[in-house]
Ligand binder design. Structure first.
Ligand code: FES
Ligand code: FES
Length: 297
């Protein structure tokens, strides 16, 4: 273990950490700054972007041993909060540039770094920056994010008023066909929306952790599921299989394909007799820690 002082969003925080732990883990698990999201956890997607001594940094791919003592770290929480949004966050809301929102805190931090370096980027500069800094978005198609970045830059230069980004309710009161902000937008642009991994960190002590057993083949008939070895692992509370699923153990889905001949209730929640595709869920291990659950799975 090592001890470090970090100036996180302007506040000195002392952390005792595993030098091999990632900066993202320390921010999220120890300092509970869950606005920094972790998606790929391998330095590919930019969801975990933070500033370390002013440099845009992928927190998931940065070991604590590489974070200097007394480093100044800015996370999404240090850029803007609900009720005190930064123009970048306002522009993202105004342009509909957050959908699921998982990538959004990373884009906000990355945009902040871009506009500090280049206050008047072209659209091409913006695209190049996000490409070079690994900011990926699966939802928006990027145009809205580029639009938002251009608007935020204009506000920060003083070429546009932040109020111009506010939604104006039409005189007839109808939001149909307008840019009415999605209700969750503020939580998404500030990182205050809790996703599954965030809720997992905020559960009461003693809450069990789950890990999936997933198929490693694309098709198979299941002759049986032997849970005995996993159940012997110390710390494992239960291995859940199809037998434990109440009801018909089926979800609908393929009914939407015109070629589907069934009634739609054709895919199991947990595989019972067949594996349909690589990654299908076969069992769930519940254990005292995520590490034990993953090891037993
Ligand atoms: S979570 Fe860090 S780059 Fe994807
Ligand atoms: S808004 Fe969903 S990944 Fe970007």
């Amino acid at each position: 273990m090592e001890k470090k002082g970090l100036r996180v969003n302007g506040v000195l925080r002392t952390v005792i950490h595993d030098p091999d732990a990632s900066l993202a883990t320390v921010l999220r698990h120890q300092l509970m700054l869950t606005g920094t999201k972790v998606s790929c956890d391998t330095g590919q997607c930019g969801a975990c972007s933070v500033l370390v001594n002013g440099k845009l940094t992928l927190a998931c791919a940065t070991k604590m041993s590489r974070v200097p003592d007394d480093a100044a770290i800015v996370t999404i929480e240090g850029i803007g909060q609900p009720g005190a949004l930064h123009p970048i966050q306002q522009a993202i809301i105004a342009n509909g540039a957050t959908q699921c929102g998982f990538c959004t805190p990373g884009f906000v931090v990355s945009t902040q770094a871009l506009l500090e370096k280049n206050p008047s980027p072209t659209r091409e500069d913006v695209r190049t920056w996000f490409t070079q800094h690994h900011n990926a978005c699966r939802c928006t198609g990027y145009k809205q994010i580029v639009d938002a970045t251009m608007d935020a830059a204009a506000v920060l230069r003083g070429d546009m008023q932040a109020e111009d980004l506010d939604f104006q309710m039409p005189a007839n009161g109808s939001i149909l066909g307008t840019n009415y902000p999605r209700p969750t937008a503020i939580a998404k642009v500030t990182g205050t929306l809790d996703y599954g991994q965030d809720i997992g960190l905020k559960m009461p002590a003693g809450t069990l952790h789950l890990a999936l057993v997933q198929a490693k083949v694309s098709h198979a008939n299941i002759l049986g599921v032997d849970t005995s070895e996993a159940e012997k692992v110390p710390g494992v509370a239960k291995v859940i299989t199809a037998k434990d699923v109440k009801g018909k153990n089926r979800i609908t889905g393929l009914i939407t394909f015109p070629t589907n001949k069934g009634d739609g209730w054709d895919r199991p929640i947990l595989c019972d007799s067949k594996v349909f595709q690589y990654g299908d869920a076969i069992a769930i291990v519940a254990a005292d820690t995520p590490e034990i659950a993953r090891a037993a799975a």
